[in-house]
Design a protein around this ligand. Sequence first.
Ligand SMILES: [Zn+2]
Length: 136
Amino acid sequence: MEELESCLFCAIAAREALSHTIYEDAWCKVILDINPIRRGHLLVIPKQHVEAIYELEQRSYQQLMEVVQKMSKRINQRLKPKKVGMAIVGFDIDHLHIHLIPLETYHDLTSQAYLDGTVQQASRAELEKLAEQLHD
Ligand SMILES: [Zn+2]
């Protein structure tokens, strides 16, 4: 398994750094976020060092997403939040990690633009142009 010496999540995956592990299998590890947005905020981390979700091999991706769903159910059943949110951001640590967050309000999982109230509805023309750009 590829490992970067300076990477915190590689160290956690290799048990060289302390974490509060909720779940672990051959492909991934689920830990408690030490800076939780809400109590029960989890990080689902592939053991393989990749920076982004689109870099994962198909099988690893599928395994990871199965764990994401399983952990979402667990959060929902045991902590009973209003919703369970999921986010991939990655500005902090360059090792893919999926945030699973028990949500009590909409703003538990929104961007600064939402918080600032500067989000504007896109025009239909803009949406059509973008759809063309992103479509196969
Ligand atoms: Zn890493």
